[in-house]
Design a protein around this ligand. Structure first.
Ligand code: SF4
Length: 221
C-alpha cells in the first residue's frame, strides 16, 4: 500500500505543470506521498506530514495511467520513506514514462529505484529550515546523489549567507539550483532579486517557483 497525502479528503494526485527544477513548465501528473522525516519551518506542504490515505499500488498505477501523461512527478512529504511500495508502483508503470522524484536528500534510494527514476530533484535543507543539521544534511546520501548524473540539487535560500553552507557540501556546481524562500506569489517577487544576484555571483541556476507565479499558494495544482 502507498500512503498518499490527503487533500480535501482525497488522495493528492493531480495534473499540472512542473513548477520547479530543470523541467519547469513540463506537463506532469503529480503524486504526493504522506509523511516526512523533517519539519521545515517554511514547508508549503505541511498537510502531507500527517496521516494520509492508504491506497493499493495497483489502484494508484491504474489511476495514474488514466491521465495518459508522459511525465510523473512523485513528491511529498518525503517519498523515499516508502521505497518498497514505490518500487512496486514503478514496476507497473509504462517503461517510457519519465519519472521525477522530489526528495530532501536524507535517504539513499534502493538500487531498483535508482535504476528506474529518470531524475532526482534533491533539496537539502539548510539551517534556516529549523531542522537539526545532522538530520537534514546526511553526507552519505548527498554523496550518492552527487555521483548520480540525473540528480539536481535545489536549495531554498534566503540570502548570501546561505552560500557558504551550500559550497561546503562540495556538490557538482553545474547541478546546483537556487530557489527563493517563498510560499506565496508576493513573497516570491520580494525574494527573487537577491537570489538572482546570488546565481550571477556564483554561476549557478535560478530555480524560479513557476507554480507560485501561476497559482499563488493554491494546493492541488
Ligand atoms: S522536507 Fe519538504 S516536505 Fe518535508 S518538511 Fe521540509 S519542505 Fe516540507
Amino acid at each position: 500500500m502507498l500512503n498518499i497525502a490527503r487533500l480535501n479528503s482525497a488522495p493528492e494526485i493531480f495534473y499540472s505543470l512542473q513548477g520547479e527544477g530543470i523541467r519547469s513548465g513540463t506537463p506532469a501528473v503529480f503524486l504526493r506521498l504522506a509523511g516526512c522525516n523533517l519539519a521545515c519551518k517554511w514547508c508549503d506542504t505541511k498537510h502531507s506530514w500527517g496521516n494520509g490515505i492508504l491506497c493499493s499500488v495497483r489502484d494508484v498505477a491504474a489511476h495514474l495511467e488514466e491521465y495518459n501523461c508522459a511525465s510523473l512527478v512523485i513528491t511529498g512529504g518525503e517519498p523515499l520513506l516508502q521505497q518498497g511500495p514505490l518500487e512496486k508502483l514503478l514496476a507497473l508503470l509504462p517503461a517510457g514514462l519519465h519519472i521525477e522524484v522530489e526528495t530532501n536528500g536524507t535517504l539513499i534510494p534502493t538500487p531498483a529505484l535508482a535504476q528506474r527514476v529518470n531524475q532526482w530533484n534533491v533539496s537539502p535543507k539548510l539551517q534556516h529550515s529549523g531542522n537539526a543539521g545532522d538530520k537534514s544534511i546526511v553526507p552519505a546520501a548527498l554523496a550518492f546523489f552527487a555521483e548520480h548524473p540525473c540528480a539536481w540539487f535545489k536549495f531554498v535560500v534566503q540570502n548570501e549567507a546561505d552560500w557558504a553552507s551550500i559550497a561546503a557540501l562540495g556538490l557538482p556546481q553545474q547541478r546546483i539550483i537556487l530557489m527563493p524562500c517563498a510560499t506565496t506569489r508576493t513573497a516570491l517577487e520580494a525574494a527573487r532579486p537577491a537570489v538572482v544576484e546570488m546565481c550571477l555571483r556564483h554561476g549557478v541556476r535560478l530555480g524560479d517557483r513557476l507554480h507560485l507565479s501561476l497559482w499563488d499558494d493554491k494546493k492541488g495544482v
